[in-house]
Unconditional design. Structure first.
Length: 322
C-alpha cells in the first residue's frame, strides 16, 4: 500500500464517507498543557473509522466477485463497517464476532444486514473460521487491518488530518492514534508522510495489550500474552499485522500506554467538553494526550477518537468518573 492507493481510495469514498473535522476545547487544552485537536471518527458512518476501510475494500473488488458476498472477522467496529458497506454495494456479508463482543455491536451488525457467526476468542481462531466460510461459500475475506485496500481506506483519515492541520497552521505535532492491529495507524502514517511530514504518528494502546509499543521498543513484532480481558475491546489484537508493522516501524514514534480507568476518564471528558460519545478503545488516544503529557512534545497534539460504539452501562461507568 502507498499514497497512490490512499488517494484512489479517497476518490472512491467521496460522497460516501463523512469528512470529520478537528475539534477543540479549552478545557482539554488546560488538562493536556497544550492545544488538543480531536479527530472524531466516532461520528463516521457506523460509529467508527472502520467504515472507510470497509467501503474502500469492497469498492475495489471486481463486481462479479463482490456480488458473491464477503466475510469479515471483528469485535464489532469492522463488523459494522463491512455490513454497511456490503449493503450499500447490494451484496451480502457474514461477520465472525467474538461471543464477548459488546451487545450493541452485535445487534448493530445484524441490523445493518450482516449474518453474525459467534466464536470463543480464547479457544477458537477467527482466521480459521473466516477461511472456512470463505472457501465453503465463495465469499471474499475483508480483513480488519492487514489488507492493502483496507489500510488505504483508513489512510484517508490521514489525508484529512493533513489538510486541516495545514489550515490551522500546524506544521509539527504528534498525532496519537488508537491502535489495535495497526490499520488506522499505518494508513494515517503513510498519508502524513506524503502530505504533512512534520506530523508524527504515535500509537496508543491499553495496558496489557501494548504489543505495538513493545514491538517498537524491541524492533520486531511482539505478541500479547492474552487475547481478551480489557474494556478497550476495539483495539485488543494479538500482535501488529504483517503489512502494518513495517510501516509502523519505519514511520511511528514511541507508543503510549493507558489504563482502563484513564480510558473511562477520557470518555467522560470527550462527552463533557466536546459532546461526542467515545467507546473505551476509541478514547485511548485522547487519554494518552491528557495523562501522558510529559511523554509528548510541542504546543499541539492531534488525537483520533476512533469509535463511539459503547453499551449504555459502560458509558454510564465512564460518566461516573466526572
Amino acid at each position: 500500500m502507498n499514497i497512490t492507493m490512499i488517494r484512489a481510495a479517497a476518490l472512491r469514498l467521496e460522497g460516501h464517507a463523512l469528512r470529520t473535522p478537528l475539534l477543540r476545547s479549552p478545557f482539554l487544552d488546560d488538562i493536556a498543557g497544550r492545544r488538543v485537536w480531536v479527530k472524531p471518527e466516532c461520528l463516521q458512518h457506523t460509529g467508527s473509522f472502520k467504515f472507510r476501510g470497509a467501503y474502500a475494500a469492497l469498492s475495489a473488488l471486481e463486481p462479479d466477485l463482490r456480488a458473491q458476498g464477503v466475510v469479515a472477522f471483528s469485535s464489532g467496529n469492522h463488523a459494522q463497517g463491512v455490513a454497511h458497506a456490503a449493503r450499500l454495494h447490494g451484496t451480502t456479508s457474514v461477520i465472525v464476532m467474538p461471543s464477548d463482543a459488546p451487545a450493541l455491536k452485535v445487534a448493530n451488525t445484524r441490523a445493518l444486514g450482516g449474518e453474525v457467526v459467534l466464536y470463543d476468542r480464547d479457544t477458537e481462531s477467527r482466521e480459521e473460521i473466516g477461511a472456512r466460510l470463505s472457501n465453503a461459500r465463495g465469499l471474499t475475506l475483508i480483513k480488519p487491518y492487514d489488507a492493502p485496500e483496507v489500510i488505504a481506506g483508513q489512510g484517508t483519515c490521514g489525508l484529512e488530518i493533513a489538510q486541516d492541520a495545514a489550515a490551522h497552521g500546524i506544521t509539527t505535532a504528534d498525532v496519537i492514534v488508537c491502535c489495535g492491529g495497526g490499520g488506522l495507524t499505518s494508513g494515517i502514517a503513510l498519508a502524513l508522510e506524503a502530505d504533512a511530514p512534520g506530523l508524527r504518528v504515535r500509537p496508543a494502546e491499553p495496558e496489557g495489550f501494548d504489543d505495538v509499543a513493545r514491538s517498537l521498543v524491541m524492533g520486531e513484532i511482539q505478541r500479547n500474552a492474552r487475547t481478551s480481558g480489557n474494556i478497550c475491546d476495539a483495539i485488543v489484537t494479538p500482535q501488529p499485522g504483517d503489512l502494518t508493522w513495517p510501516v509502523i516501524k519505519r514511520l511511528c514514534g514511541p507508543g503510549l500506554v493507558i489504563t482502563e480507568d484513564e480510558a473511562l476518564a477520557a470518555m467522560a471528558q470527550a462527552w463533557n467538553r466536546l459532546k461526542i460519545v467515545a467507546e473505551p478503545g476509541g478514547a485511548a488516544a485522547l487519554a494518552a494526550a491528557l495523562v501522558r503529557k510529559d511523554e509528548i512534545e510541542g504546543d499541539d497534539v492531534i488525537v483520533t477518537v476512533s469509535g463511539g460504539n459503547v453499551d449504555p452501562a459502560m458509558f454510564a461507568r465512564a460518566l461516573a468518573t466526572l
